[in-house]
Each structure stands twice: as structure tokens, then as C-alpha cells.
Design a protein around this ligand. Sequence first.
Ligand code: BG6
Length: 479
Amino acid sequence: MNNMPKDFLWGGALAAHQFEGGWNKGGKGPSVVDVMTAGAHGVPRKITQTIEDDEFYPNHEAIDFYHHYKEDIALFAEMGLKCLRTSIGWSRIFPNGDEDEPNEEGLQFYDDVFDELIKHGIEPVITLSHFEMPLHLAREYGGFRNRKVVSFFEKFAETCFKRYKNKVKYWMTFNEINNKMDVDNPLFLWTNSGVTVKEGENAKEVMYQAGHHELLASALAVAKGKEINPNFEIGAMVSHVPIYPYSSNPVDVMLAEELMRQRYFFPDIQVRGYYPNYALKEFEREGYNIKIEDGDEEILQDGTVDYLGFSYYMSTTVKSDVERDNTGDILNGALPNGVENPYLKASDWGWTIDPVGLRYALNRLYDRYQIPLFIVENGFGAVDKVEADGSIHDQDRINYLKAHIEELEKAVIYDGVDLLGYTPWGIIDIVSFTTGEMKKRYGMIHVDRDNEGNGTMKRTKKDSFEWYKRVIATNGEEL
Ligand code: BG6
């Protein structure tokens, strides 16, 4: 079975802070991730607020794409990538975030990267904000809890849209804008929004206020982008982790349905242009005072997105009569009533492996929104074994990706879901977001770098490299 669209965007995905390095090069300012140390599975990353001499910050050097970009892009081209999803480090363009003028050296860096991609026939797919807010905006303004940051983001977006209007067509505003719905883990509000919850504050209320500002910033950026180039395709990007009911008990089913609003709240607004009733009812019930000003409704309405990008790694399961078993990863175990799904295995980091869940997600999202979808992250984080001859036989990764591609093809070919493309996460090994580790690897290209920052940075093709090259060359026919 195969009939994938001819122009289907097979690609790879990365984010500036996780692979670029050069954290203080070319006039770049520190970003919110530049003050995050390394953690591990079950050990949270510390947010030190300032850069401490005796701490190790894995994102500072990452895999040093900053100095290896030609070599890396040549490898992506050899693999046959049709697109590369990455982000623009906000603090490379506006080092503090509140300057009048952008940093020319930062802008030139992305010109060089995009030119190199285009030279190789690789379409850049660009996220404006992937956890890279200038640290100064977080520390001096309180991040997106402060409405002033909306205009700083708007200016950043406008600067990028104008500069790259003939090089980039596909954009996304905020990466995984919805992951901060999990307010119990400070990592998400910090990286998404530059927000730290203060003693005595209601974290949910703070999150919704920052979220409102980000929704405005996203909508204003979409409207501005369309003005600059009407051919732009500007999308939202959300983390999509389906929540299954543990049983056919209607109480379990309703619980899962209600919890799914954590996944849907942001895209509901970005796609439809207005707040859903369930959220307004929650604000009323909980007594949240979310400042929504006159004119905001129009802004949201005028800035709806063209497509929905999403990450898909796993699913979760909830049961109404347990509180929380916390056996999963932080993304997973954070759910109230979360339990293990007896039908699914998990990765070493506790992320369930659920390919059918991807088809399920594609159908639910497409039925709900009826706009094109784009799988902009999917992948298998695992420890790689480097053989004596330097080869890496990552069959588990191939199995994971193959099973997920089979399901996405069913969604496109059988179910008729309008899907723009598929960009597996971390096409080259990078620093893990949630743990800051190097050993949680997703890449098809291995990078000689360890958790402590040792290694030669040498790039080596894994078995998955040739496998994915074949997938792309046959437009998904040979898996
Ligand atoms: C998504 C993020 O949450 O998942 C990426 O958009 C991240 O930035 C990816 O890297 C995988 O998570 P992790 O923690 O395994 O790197």
C-alpha cells in the first residue's frame, strides 16, 4: 500500500538551543535554557537563574552546529531530507529581547544556514520560539506574565519574517505551547514562557495569564506574517500525548475526555480564534482573574493558524479510582490518575511506545480542526552502543520509526487526513530537553559527545541513516 502525496515533506527536526551551541558567539545573549543544568531520568534539571562558574550547562556548546553547519547540512542532504525543522534562537537576534535594533550577526547566521539548506534543496521549516526566550525578558519582565513581552515577541517575529520572507515559507510561532498546562513541573513554564511561579500564587492562574499573552503574541505574529508574505504558511505547534481511559467504565472515559482539554486548550484557540466554553467555565469556577483586554478577542480571531504542527512520542492512560502512580516519566507521570497501560512497552525513559496512538491522534486532531496537520516531532530516545569499528546498529530506533510511519501512512492513505509532512525528532544527536543528557539519543547521525561534555564532536552515520534515506527516496513505500 502506498500513495503518499508527491510533495510530502519528509524531514528532520531540531531546535536551536539543543544543537547550535555558540551560546555567547556572534553577539548572542543568554536565553532561558542557558541557565539550565543537566539532569537525568527522574532527576530534574536545575534552573540557576544566572550562569554559575561551578555548574555545567549542556546547551552552551550542545553539538556545536554553529561551527559545523555546512558539514551537518551536507549529511542531511545525503539522507535526502526534503525539509529541516529548526528554530531561530530569539536571543541570537535580540540578545536581551528589548533592544530597538536586532543583532545583525545573528540574522546573518540564519541567512547562511538557510542559504546552505536551500542550496541542497532542503526547505527550512522554522519555529520562532522553541524555549529560547532571552533570559533578560524572563528576569526583568517576568516573561510572558508581563504583557509588554507580547510586543517584544511581535517585533522579533516581524524582524524574522521580513528578513527571511523569500527563504522560509513554513513557520510555527511557539513550540509545544501547551506543555505548560502541567504546572507541577517548573521546567515547562520557565522554558515556554520565562515564568517562575512565586510563593502564594496560583500556578494555574499564572499559567493561563502567560498563556493568554502568548496566544495574543502568536495571533499578532500570524497576522503580521500574512501581511509581509501572503504565501507564508504559519502554524501552531503543540505537544500531543493522547490520554486513554483505562477501561470501558464511562467514568474512566469521561475522565480521559476531560483531561484531554489540557492538550486541546491552546490549539482550540489558535485554530478557532476564541476561548472554548470549558475554559471559561473553569476560570469562573476556580475564580481565576485572567486579564483579557478589549480588542483581544479580535486579535485572536484575526490570527488563526494555517496548519497544526504537533509532536507525538507516546500516549498516557488514566483510571478514575487511583490518584497517581507516578511510574512514568515527568511528561507521563504528571497526570492525575495516570497509570501504566498494560498493552504498551516503554523506552528506558518511561515513554510509552504506541504507534497506533499516532494514527488515533492524527484522526482526532483532523476531525476536530479540519486544517492540515504536520508531525514535526516523533522519535525514540535511547542509549546507543558504539561498536569497536565505530558502527551503530540502532535497530530499535528503526523499528520505532517504521511502526510510526506505517500508522501515519494509514492515516493519510486510508483515513484521508491532510498531512503536510513528517520530521522525526533529533535527526542528529542533540541535548535532551527534559533531562539535559546527551545519552538520550534520537539521531540517525551519532555525535561523539557525552553527558559531561567530553568527546570529539565527530559525526557518524547510524544504521537508521541509510534506512531513512531509502524511506524518503521511495516516498515512504519501502520501510
Ligand atoms: C519535545 C520538545 O518536548 O520533546 C523537544 O519540543 C524535546 O525540544 C523533545 O527535545 C524530546 O524530549 P527529550 O526530553 O527527550 O529531549
